[in-house]
Write a protein that binds this ligand. Structure first.
Ligand code: AMP
Length: 416
C-alpha cells in the first residue's frame, strides 16, 4: 500500500470547511486593503532561491527540494513565496505600474524538514507583498493587515512581535558587535551556533536551545545600532502602529530565517509559544529586487502557514461555517422509477438545486439511511405509482413528514 510521503498530508473533505473559511477571509482582507492575487509556479530556477534567501540559511543549506530536470535545468520546489513574486514583478515590468504594487498569493511551499506537529514538508502559505515604497506607513499597513486578518478569523490571544534589523549601512556595525559579544561564549554555544557565528551571526539570536537563548538575552540589540534613517523609520512605524491601536512587543531576538530582510521584521505568535508556533511572519526586503537584477525597489511582505492557522482554530474551538451540501436526495423503487429519477435529477440540477441521486440496487430503507447520512434536507421518492400519476413523494428529512406532490411543482416547492 502506498502512503502519502512523509511530511505531506491529504486534505480530506471533512477538513475542507477550515480551508475554505481561511481562503474566504484571505480574499476579503486582500480586497479590503487593495491587494491583487498572483499565482506563480510551484518550482523555479534554483538560483532564484539560493540567491535571495541566502546561501548560509537553513532553508538553502538543508531544506530545499532541488533536482535536475530532464533538460538539465536546476529546479527547486518553492520553499517560500516572496522571491517568486519578486521575480514575476520584474519579469512582467510591474515597476512601470503605479507603486507600490500590492500582490497576494496562496500556494504550497516545500521544505525538507523533520516533520512534527505544525511542521511539514509540504505546507500551504498565504502571503502578500507591497513592492515599491519604503514609507513606514506601508509597514504599518502590512502589519495592520496581518493583525486584522487573524482577528477576522476569530483567533484570540495572539501577540505581535516587532524588531528592526537595520540596513546595508548599519547592519555590518551591528554584526561586528554581535560577533565580539559571542566570542566570549563560544564554548557554551550549541554546535549549530558555533558554525553560524561566522557565517550568519544574526541567526544565533533565534536559536531555540535554552543555553543559547540565555546568552542571546543579553546580546547587543540591533535597535541600538540603527543608522539615523533606519532609526527614524522604526520610530515612525511604532508611532503609526500606535495610531492604529495595534499592540506590539519589541523583541530584540526576532531576526527571521531568511537573509533578505532589512529594517522591519515582525511575527504573529499564539500565546503558547514554541518552536513550531509562529503563525506568520514578515518584514521589509529593500534590497531583494535589486539583488534579482531590478532597480533599487524597497518592499515589504508577510506570509502565514495555513495548517498552523487551522491548528489554532481547532485549539481555540473557533466554529467555522459548514460547506453547503446538496439539498435533495432522490430515491427510486423499480426500473421505470429509475428512468424518471434520472430525468428528474437532471431537471432539478438545471434549476440550481443540488441533488444526489441513489445509484445501485438498494432498498428504500437503505436509500433513506443514505439520504440521512448525507444530510439532505429533503428526499424525493419515486415508485411505480408516482410514475403513473406524474407525482413524487416529498419527504422532509428533519420532521420525517411526507406528502405526494405533482412532479412539476417540485422546483417551486424546493426553491420557495
Ligand atoms: P517562514 O517563511 O519560515 O517565515 O514561514 C511563514 C509561516 O509559514 C510560518 O510562520 C508558519 O506558519 C508557516 N510554516 C513555515 N514552515 C512550515 C512548515 N514546515 N510546516 C508548516 N508550516 C510552516
Amino acid at each position: 500500500m502506498y502512503r502519502a510521503p512523509r511530511g505531506t498530508s491529504d486534505i480530506l473533505p471533512k477538513e475542507q470547511a477550515y480551508w475554505r473559511y481561511i481562503e474566504q477571509k484571505v480574499v476579503n482582507i486582500c480586497q479590503l486593503y487593495g491587494y491583487e492575487r498572483i499565482d506563480v509556479p510551484a518550482f523555479e530556477d534554483t538560483g532564484l532561491f539560493s540567491r535571495s534567501i541566502g546561501e548560509e540559511t537553513d532553508i538553502v543549506q538543508k531544506q530545499m527540494y532541488t533536482f535536475e530536470d530532464r533538460g538539465g535545468n536546476k529546479i527547486t520546489l518553492r520553499p517560500e513565496g516572496t522571491a517568486p513574486v519578486c521575480r514575476a514583478y520584474l519579469e512582467h515590468g510591474m515597476h512601470n505600474l503605479p507603486q507600490p504594487v500590492k500582490l497576494y498569493y496562496i500556494g504550497s511551499i516545500f521544505r525538507y524538514e523533520r516533520p512534527q506537529a505544525g511542521r511539514y514538508r509540504q505546507h500551504y502559505q498565504f502571503g502578500y507583498e507591497a513592492i515599491g515604497d519604503d514609507d513606514p506607513a506601508l509597514d504599518a499597513e502590512v502589519i495592520d493587515m496581518a493583525w486584522q486578518f487573524f482577528s477576522s478569523l476569530n483567533l484570540r490571544h495572539l501577540s505581535l512581535i516587532l524588531n528592526s534589523i537595520g540596513c546595508k549601512q548599519c547592519r555590518p556595525g551591528y554584526l561586528a558587535a554581535l560577533k565580539s559579544y559571542y566570542a566570549n561564549y563560544i564554548h557554551d554555544l550549541c554546535s549549530d551556533c558555533k558554525t553560524r557565528l561566522n557565517r550568519n551571526p544574526l541567526r544565533l539570536l533565534d536559536c531555540k536551545k535554552p543555553v543559547c537563548q540565555q546568552i542571546a538575552d543579553s546580546a547587543p540589540k540591533s535597535t541600538d545600532y540603527l543608522c539615523p534613517q533606519c532609526d527614524e523609520h522604526f520610530k515612525r512605524l511604532k508611532r503609526y502602529l500606535g495610531l492604529l491601536e495595534i499592540p506590539f512587543e519589541i523583541n530584540h531576538r526576532l531576526v527571521r530565517g531568511l537573509d533578505y530582510y532589512t529594517r522591519t521584521v515582525f511575527e504573529v505568535q499564539p500565546e503558547a509559544e514554541g518552536a513550531q508556533s509562529t503563525l506568520g511572519g514578515g518584514g521589509r526586503y529593500d534590497d531583494l529586487i535589486e539583488e534579482l537584477g531590478g532597480r533599487p525597489t524597497p518592499a515589504i511582505g508577510f506570509a502565514a502557514g495555513i495548517e498552523r492557522i487551522i491548528l489554532n482554530l481547532k485549539q481555540q474551538d473557533v466554529p467555522v461555517p459548514t460547506l453547503p451540501r446538496p439539498q435533495v436526495f432522490i430515491a427510486n423503487i423499480g426500473d421505470e422509477a429509475r428512468d424518471e429519477a434520472i430525468k428528474l435529477t437532471a431537471r432539478l440540477r438545471k434549476s440550481g438545486i443540488g441533488v444526489i441521486e441513489a445509484v445501485g440496487d438498494k432498498s428504500l430503507k437503505a436509500q433513506l439511511r443514505q439520504a440521512n447520512n448525507l444530510g439532505a434536507s429533503y428526499t424525493v421518492i419515486i415508485g411505480d405509482q408516482e410514475v403513473k400519476t406524474g407525482t413524487v413523494i416529498l419527504r422532509d428529512m428533519t420532521t420525517s413528514q411526507q406528502k405526494t406532490v405533482p412532479s412539476s411543482q417540485l422546483e417551486g416547492l424546493l426553491l420557495g
